[in-house]
Ligand binder design. Structure first.
Ligand SMILES: *Cc1c(COP(=O)(O)O)cnc(C)c1O
Length: 390
């Protein structure tokens, strides 16, 4: 019997269900599908004890991942990244229990490897031969790497002004890269045309069900690496929102699996760039959806997402957790990237610097207490955007 306990898909808006073992894009309501598992069956083998001896990548959580036949797993070392205690850095802000989840150590240097590793493995299992992805930067290189390893054709569409490093990387993996006059949503529109015309499989954020499943493993890892406790606060740089929505889903599943006690979920802080902060605006306005953010501009390419199909899922998770959302300037991101590098030995992508900038703000305002355990995410390597620090 397959380790995966995947049972069906459920529409995140209407609750409508669909069979899992066929290809799906968005639900009929135009919203993301959420994969559901037989968690009773999963709980029999996915325990704290069995996990202790498993492989050190995200596939250790096989019961709650969608790939049925392990032969379809494309593994390049994704997941099980270090959770680094950054005590000296935390002490600067009077909060010593600060940890950095260093996602730069994933294949292709960002946590996009988690989502795309799982999505491409599952797509291949379901018979896909060519994939397409709109990207603000890192998603394109991660998709290209896994497609290369899986033997799939990969089409990448990126904004005309995206740094050259991202394009070179995707091309090195053999992807067909096209520059687009516009932002990631315009790239997404062109992908949809290609899907209709050439039958590509669309890997856009949350427009297929399984990138979310790869990203949710960050939530499982946080708990496992902290000895099956969760931190008080998680600070996460938010673009399309897969990581945030995925971790919230992981907390819910882990409670159902009996891996963690109920009622200890962290407060979730969504950080965006002041030049592109649709979720922060909607959070502050008390709205359930976030309209497109016009003229989006920021050095943090991963945060240059003016409109997100999962806006309502992010806003629900932030609110249900008792969390908050805030924007930081590009200058602050770059400055705090240096601080993290100098004090913790981790030079983050600007998106990672943004989480430390948010941490400093929330310490100043007293929103984070002295004795709280806080995890900030460094989501990527800075080496693809070194021009930003010039
Ligand atoms: C994509 C990306 C983000 C945003 O992640 P989501 O989970 O899509 O919100 C943040 N940082 C980096 C470096 C990224 O590549």
């Amino acid at each position: 019997m397959s380790a995966s306990c995947l049972s069906h898909l459920e529409c995140s808006l209407t609750g409508e269900v669909a069979p899992a073992d066929e290809l799906h894009g968005l639900s009929p309501a135009g919203r993301p599908w959420l994969p559901r598992y037989d968690l009773v069956r999963a709980a029999a083998t996915l325990t704290r004890e069995t996990l202790a001896g498993r492989r050190t990548d995200l596939w250790r959580y096989a019961e709650v991942l969608p790939v049925r036949d392990p032969a379809h797993i494309i593994a390049l070392g994704e997941g099980w990244t270090p959770l680094v205690a950054a005590r000296a850095l935390g002490e600067r802000y009077g909060c010593p229990s600060l940890l950095i989840k260093d996602e730069a150590q994933n294949p292709t240097g960002s946590f996009k490897a988690r989502g795309l590793g799982v999505a491409i493995s599952r797509a291949r299992e379901l018979g896909v031969t060519s994939v397409a992805i709109p990207t603000a930067g890192n998603a394109g290189s991660a998709a290209a790497a896994y497609a290369a390893a899986a033997g799939l054709t990969c089409h990448v569409f990126m904004p005309a002004d995206c740094p050259a490093s991202f394009e070179q990387e995707a091309r090195a993996f053999g992807a067909r890269v096209q520059r687009v006059d516009g932002l990631i949503d315009e790239c997404g529109r062109i992908v949809r045309e290609g899907v209709a015309r050439y039958g590509w499989f669309d890997l856009s954020t949350l427009k297929e069900p399984y990138r979310l499943e790869g990203k949710k493993t960050m939530g499982y890892e946080l708990a496992e690496q902290l000895g099956w406790r969760l931190p008080d606060v998680v600070i996460y740089p938010t673009g399309g929102g897969t990581g945030l929505v995925g971790m919230w889903k992981a907390f819910e599943e882990m409670e159902a699996l009996g891996l963690i006690d109920p009622g200890q979920r962290p407060r979730i802080v969504s950080v965006q760039a002041s030049g592109c902060c649709p979720i922060v605006r909607a959070f502050e306005a008390g709205d359930e959806h976030a309209p497109r953010f016009e003229d989006a501009a920021t050095v943090a390419d991963g945060l240059r997402v003016p409109v997100a199909v999962a806006d309502f899922l992010m806003l629900r998770a932030i609110r249900a957790s008792g969390g908050t959302a805030l924007a930081v300037t590009d200058d602050a991101m770059l400055e705090y990237s240096r601080v993290m590098a100098n004090r913790a030995g981790i030079f983050p992508a600007p998106e990672g610097g943004a989480t430390l900038a948010a941490f400093a703000q929330l310490r100043d305002s007293g929103w984070i207490g002295d004795d709280e355990t806080v995890v900030v995410f460094n989501t990527g390597t800075p080496l693809k955007y070194l021009h930003a620090w010039n």
